[in-house]
Design a protein around this ligand. Sequence first.
Ligand code: PEP
Ligand code: MN
Length: 264
Amino acid sequence: LVSRKWRVKPTVIDLGDGVTIGEGSLALCAGPCSIESEAQMEKVMDHLLENGVRLMRGGVFKPRSSPYAFRGLGMDGLRLFHQLARARGIKIVTEVMQVSQVEEMHDYVDVFQVGARNTQNYNLLDALGGVDKPVLIKRGISGSIEELLSSAEYVFSGGNEKLILCERGIRTFETASRNTLDLNAVPILKEKTHLPVVVDPSHGIGLRDYVPAMALAAVLAGADGILYEAHETPETAASDGQQTLDFAESGRLIRNLRRVYALR
Ligand code: PEP
Ligand code: MN
């Protein structure tokens, strides 16, 4: 069902209020790895609106390698995120980690993110197949393109056709970067599926200085959107500060992404 053989016309996800993800426009989504506080969210939202970006990412349930690391503000953080975003016309992309969270999160999210550690959590995918909100599925940490498409098929066949695929880097033998951003996946996915394909260069390379280059390359490779991490002071971020852009870097990237997209 997610194949181009079944549907030729590209799927465009309409989040309302003029915010779309899919062919015909470049979708930009930025924000902190973790939602930390009201002040932090307000600063990010001001930055996004100044740059004409209406989609914000930010985790309230964080999958962390160490159980002692910051694991997110949970539903209290999400309710606040929703309140601040609604007041500003900003749409929310945030990660759902387990089936039991789907219902409680539902009214507060615009796009459910399935993280790389949950790409093959088939119970979660089944649950998301039954909701009326878009789902962004990240590629598994060691997942193949085919496995990503199979995960999307779970949600789609469950009845939810509002899907976005996200290349976020895979684990390889390379140690110079956090992950290896597989830009090959972009034209391959665009050919194989009618679903929107976005790229997360922040997790893809994991090093702040190289994020803009990979983001721009992803747009030239044909990505429908870019999702990346931005924070007023990345050095103090509760998670993933090493791969997070500050507002000056983020503003520059947004301008360059639009220029590059116009060349396509
Ligand atoms: C994130 O978006 O902050 C995140 C945890 O991503 P991933 O699932 O790709 O590691
Ligand atoms: Mn992160």
